[in-house]
Design a binder for this molecule. Structure first.
Ligand code: PMP
Length: 436
């Protein structure tokens, strides 16, 4: 089999730090929500390439934009190119109200780079040095962004990381850190941040920013109570701390609004974005409120390959597709996502190991548990068996979460209803086979 041969070569020549290649799908081509391996096997991709191909892989308008731009210019290296300017303008126009029309953007090529940059900007703007993040967060893999990420296997061999990173509890209500129930809890997790900042020994005066995922992604596809983000905003404003919202995974229409933070009515001082904006090409950025423009040192943060014209025109095409009033993809995701959630909840009700279907739009999480009463996470081996069986049945599904036991459902926004339901049917079959 050709796929096996490719995997052998990957094992020999690629870094062992990349996601494991053994037994993995080799992807040769893709279209919409479909991917194909070199042996001709086709899978429904309910993960959209890790929440990246929000308009589907190789969208014809994206391919046409690439062809057209490739003839003219791709790399700009520090020169001014109008595609970058047009994208910065366009992003400003589709930011949440409060940033819309009142912001500027720095461009990079990965979510990690966006986090690193947001950290530096927060330090420069406030003259302070500490950054607060949340348990379960994923913000990136470099010394600053990894310090804000709580994934032990990513961190253990690579310390010491950036000093001054502190983690607070995220509103993971399914497994509340103090065993309370929303709304009776009064959103204690957000209050804990305020408490922590009011204790004299935390150096609260030195906190530059709070960085939070609007809806926590890798940490477990969590849809926090509305008050959680609202209280963080209030605490930050009251204490002169910047609020950075990471929309890398939840943004770009995935949750049924352009930005997930819009569900919560919360406006950040800075937003980091990546994945679905660049889609099939690597692109990320930090969009910052204009009032901070004079606080940043001139010409102080550059990446050689950034502002790539191909990535820019692809992002512009992606935004056109996402915001096209005819297809209405974002609203479709909100409505159809709610239907799918109800269907999944019905499947979960009949299963002893599927629990707590949650999320918004096409950002849906489902817990896999060994026991519904105790909510003990399903053993990694059984989760792995389900995912592997899914691949055999022709559906690509990914897990996430603090215990690797949350299934995240995040297909392209363009997926047909029939493909989405067929993908879930195969997933339900895999769960049932492993359960029984
Ligand atoms: N922030 C969030 C919320 C993410 O989900 C990710 C990627 N999983 C990142 C940042 C880092 O992005 P990248 O992998 O492009 O560096």
């Amino acid at each position: 089999r050709r796929a096996q041969e490719v995997i052998q070569r990957a094992l020999q020549f690629q870094s062992p730090t990349r996601p494991s290649v053994k037994g993995r799908i080799v992807v040769e081509s893709g279209y919409g929500a479909g991917i194909q391996d070199p042996d001709g096997n086709i899978l429904i991709d309910l993960s959209a390439g890790v929440a990246v191909s929000n308009v589907g892989r190789n969208h014809p308008r994206v391919v046409a934009a690439i062809r057209d731009q490739a003839e003219r210019l791709m790399h700009s290296a520090g020169l001014v190119n109008e595609t970058t300017v047009a994208l910065a303008e366009r992003l400003s126009a589709c930011m949440p109200e409060g940033l819309r029309g009142e912001c500027f953007t720095w461009f990079g090529m990965s979510g990690s780079a966006a986090t690193e940059t947001a950290i530096k900007f927060a330090k420069a703007i406030t003259g302070r040095s500490q950054i607060i993040a949340f348990e379960g967060a994923y913000h990136g893999v470099f010394h600053g962004s990894l310090a804000l990420t709580t994934r032990e296997n990513f961190r253990e061999k690579f310390g010491p990381l950036m000093p001054g990173a502190l983690h607070m509890p995220y509103a993971y209500c399914y497994r509340c850190f103090v065993d309370l129930k929303y709304p009776d809890c009064g959103v204690s997790c957000a209050k804990y941040l305020d408490y922590k900042l009011s204790t004299p020994n935390t150096g609260a005066d030195d906190v530059a920013a709070v960085i939070v995922e609007s809806m926590q992604a890798d940490g477990g596809y969590i849809d926090p109570p509305v008050e959680f983000l609202q209280m963080l905003r209030e605490i930050c404003t009251r204490r002169g701390i910047l609020l950075i919202i990471d929309e890398v995974q939840a943004g770009a229409g995935r949750t049924g609004k352009m930005w997930a933070s819009e569900h919560f009515g919360v406006v950040p001082d800075m937003m980091t974005w990546a994945k679905g904006i660049g889609g099939d090409l690597p692109l990320s950025g930090v969009t910052v409120h204009k009032r901070y423009q004079d606080k940043l040192p001139l010409a102080s943060q550059v990446i050689t390959g950034a502002e790539n014209a191909l990535a820019n025109v692809v992002a512009l095409a992606n935004l056109d597709i996402l915001l096209d009033p005819q297809d209405n993809l974002i609203e479709r995701a909100a409505l159809f996502g709610a239907e799918i959630k109800a269907e999944l909840a019905a499947i979960a009700a009949d299963s002893a190991i599927l629990d707590d279907v949650r999320g918004r739009g096409f950002f849906i999480g489902v817990e896999l548990v060994a026991d519904k009463a105790t909510r003990k996470p399903l053993e990694p081996k059984r989760v792995g068996a389900i995912l592997q069986r899914c691949e055999q049945l022709g559906v690509r599904i990914m897990a996430c979460g603090r215990y690797g036991s949350t299934i995240r459902i995040m297909p392209p926004l363009t997926i047909t209803k029939a493909h989405f339901r067929e993908g879930l049917r195969r997933f339900a079959q895999a769960v049932s086979e492993v359960e029984h």
